[in-house]
Design a protein around this ligand. Structure first.
Ligand code: SAM
Length: 384
């Protein structure tokens, strides 16, 4: 059943309307893929990105170098746990402008000379920044530098590529998601259709044989009629892909805003599916196509249905467990010693206090979840 709503027109909206009139409605995840990643007019293709000053939204790496410094400590710990191998590869899918990789390199981790950090970024404009601003190599087989972290930037990994860690910060909330609504008879799915004046929703009943719907019945059997939830097939496929990259002995780390499916049903779509533009909330998901970010909370229980994480904790707990407080204290002391000089080192040291507050803010970035899957064992196999 289609319902009309107010939609603002953009060049991408007009293109989508034309495409839908020719080929028929788009399932919501395909629509989300287009508004974010259309190669000419999608949000990321037209310059949308994370960033403290110029960006559209602020992620933890963009708060300042402290986040990357703590991640560098975590990587050192994982490298030591792995037996200090000669080469240690971290893959960072959805690396955005590469700010996390830059901060890890700046932190000079103990494993630095052994560390290969592979940024996998879908958007060409962001990959260009990796090469231009960070001097990253754009080939996986490029020779490593004589010292320090080897940064590599690619659009995708070849099949069979193996790494020790896959770490994604705020990627999964940007993967296209399906959108479904519970009805009195089962589940219906949101498609995007062409109305008289713009894009409109079209709710279509979903067959009970759809295997992904069975996931919803498993994780959220009590969703009530009229409530909506995301159906995150792509995030689940991504997790299976990540397990393939790290094999049985590696580690997958997902950092993102996350919730359970049942809780999202209760909170309402406007709370967990959000749009952002120029550091503010945007308009409705079907509006202003291509000019705003469109994100969805990660359904942690849908991921856990693939394989339950070994650790699920807040970003604040993750950062503290990897020595954030020591770094902040070190910063305080350095500032006390160098405040009279006021050089970059002193200013960076002082800013750690402010960064730590932002990264651990329980009503902001500190509430992000960090989900970690360690080496596979017979007790925690990957499902399906
Ligand atoms: C919200 S941004 C996060 C950027 C960065 N990780 C940060 O925390 O600042 C998500 C990024 O993931 C990228 N992306 C989305 N899907 C991707 C995929 N399948 N593979 C690689 N990158 C992807 C987008 O282009 C975008 O740059």
């Amino acid at each position: 059943m289609a319902s009309d709503g107010p939609e603002a027109s953009t060049p991408l909206t007009d293109e989508l309307l034309e495409r839908i009139r020719l080929d028929g409605p788009l399932r919501f995840d395909l629509f989300m893929d287009a508004v974010l990643y259309d190669p000419r007019r999608g949000f990321y293709a037209t310059g949308g990105r994370a960033g403290a000053r110029a960006g559209d939204f602020l992620t933890s790496p963009e708060v300042g170098p402290l986040f990357g410094a703590v991640v560098a400590r975590a990587v050192d710990r994982w490298w030591i746990e792995a037996g200090r191998p000669e080469k240690f590869t971290v893959v960072e899918p959805g690396a955005g402008p590469g700010t996390l990789a830059a901060a890890v390199r700046l932190a000079a981790p103990e494993c630095g000379d052994r560390l290969e950090w592979v940024m996998v970024e879908r958007t060409a404009a962001q990959r260009a920044r990796h090469v231009d601003r960070l001097g990253a190599s754009s080939a996986l087989d490029s020779p490593r530098p004589l010292a320090g972290v080897h940064l590599i930037s690619v659009s995708a990994l070849p099949t069979g590529f193996a790494a020790d860690v896959v770490l994604a910060n705020e990627l999964l909330d940007n993967l296209p998601t399906r959108l479904v609504e519970r009805t009195s008879t089962g589940w219906s799915e949101v498609w995007v259709a062409a109305g008289d004046t713009g894009l409109i929703e079209d709710l279509r009943p979903l067959g009970r044989e759809d295997p992904e719907v069975l996931v919803l019945d498993r994780v959220a059997p009590d969703v009530r009629s009229g409530q909506r939830v995301p159906l995150e097939d792509e995030a689940r496929s991504w997790l299976r892909w990540a397990f393939g990259v790290v094999g049985v002995s590696g580690r997958v780390v997902v950092i993102d805003y996350a919730d359970t499916t049942a809780s999202m049903a209760h909170r309402g779509q406007g709370e967990w599916m959000r749009t952002y533009a120029v550091h503010g909330r945007g308009t409705g998901p079907l509006e202003d196509c291509g000019t705003q970010d469109l994100t969805c909370d990660v359904a942690s229980d849908q991921l856990a249905d693939v394989r339950p994480p070994d650790v699920d904790r807040s970003q604040a707990d993750f950062l503290i467990s990897h020595g954030m407080d020591e770094l902040v204290e070190e910063g305080r002391q350095l500032w006390a010693e160098r405040a009279h000089i006021g050089d970059l080192a002193a200013v960076r040291a002082r800013s750690r206090v402010r960064e730590a507050e932002a990264l651990c803010d329980p009503s902001g970035l500190g509430a992000h979840r960090v989900l970690e899957w360690g080496p596979t064992s017979p007790a925690n196999p990957v499902a399906g």
